[in-house]
Design a protein around this ligand. Sequence first.
Ligand SMILES: Cc1ncc(COP(=O)(O)O)c(C=O)c1O
Length: 455
Amino acid sequence: MSATSRFRALLTTAAMRTPQGRDGWAARASAILPGGVNSPVRAWNGVGGIPIPITSGSGAYLTDAAGRRLIDLVGSWGAGIAGHAHPQVVKAVRRAAGKGLSFGATTLGEVTLAEQIRERYAPAERVRLVSTGTEATMTALRLARAATGRDLVVKFSGCYHGHADPFLVAAGSGLATAGVADSAGVTASTAAETVVLPYGDQQALAEAFARHGERIAAVIAEAAPANMGVVCPPDGFNAAIAEHTRKAGAVFIADEVLTGFRAGPSGYWGVERDAALASGTQPWVPDLVTFGKVIGGGLPVAAVAGRADLMEQLAPLGPVYQAGTLSGNPVAVAAGLATLTVMDATAYARVGAAADRLREAVSQALTQAGIVHAVGRAGTLFSFFLGLEQAPVTFAQAAGQDTAAYASLFHHLRERGVALPPSAFEAWFVSLAHDNAIIDRIVDAVSRWRPPVRA
Ligand SMILES: Cc1ncc(COP(=O)(O)O)c(C=O)c1O
């Protein structure tokens, strides 16, 4: 048995002995929920051990069922940018809930949220609210196929776009953590309509268009990949996608489900737009864009948005069918609107400063301890790649990180009251509530960590 496997086995056994282990909540969860979870990455398969359920969250903190308070660096996988139970968001949700939970008819809140999205993200000329990021990307692809009359979608290895069949090929964090490349149950004919390229590879992109140009309906890319760890898109890569799709009459779908209103006030598109304008070049513009997470502030809201002529092909205006009983749910929309209201320019500057401080201080602590690592950064999003000297661009490079060392860091921090994402392939999410004192506590805990010796 290698040192790594021994380490994993030890963690698992130790966790099983706790009151929350075999005989407690974990056993009840596993007896009814497949794998004890309702979404695979919540299981600790990537780091070993058994997750303890969470009972509440407030600001930057979570409380677990064992009564432990943890500094949270998961933030509901990005949704919780304002911090848990932000008073303004909770107030808005209470007020909306008191007026009725769901009507199945348009509400003023939906219109206002859609307008807010467009105000902050100009390419979102029209907006359709849905409930999950998966629905948003699935709808975007259907629109692209309908508009072009073509079948192929190009995606990049390590980019995750939700769990609709066409995207479950080489799809990053959840699948990487579970150790599977593709999902069972996706038919060969569906998989054959997805062309997978290495992220950041302009030559591969050009070759794909040269070979399949007349069949490509869409290229979908995370505006900045954040599901293989955080990857900074190489200079000009998004612009190259925009150019190839434009020339070939295909559709560029920028997936901002994770980065939207999180990597910056206008998502990662806004980060690159500002850089382009500062250097006197034209910013790239996506044809369609998908949002989720932050626009629901912790409740289920997502959106597909983009060029009016494409979006107006959606039913009831056009022939592309898409629907949802709870789409634009008034309570969820109230949470999203309140979150965007809290997240004004000052709030984004604060999240940005907290992210910079934490990223730099953790990197410095790792360097001082002689721990080889690289930092991936896209706007206010970041993650660490232990064991890598250079920040990766492709999934193959990201997969070379030392996941056993990450598992050790995860448990070291957990014991010291800090909740990291239970996978090396995820961003460390900070919120408006992560102040300097909290960041200092995280950095102090990191500075006391030493990686396990590799076999
Ligand atoms: C970039 C990206 N796209 C799509 C999705 C799918 O969103 P959801 O989990 O809401 O279906 C995710 C979820 O993490 C994501 O990160």
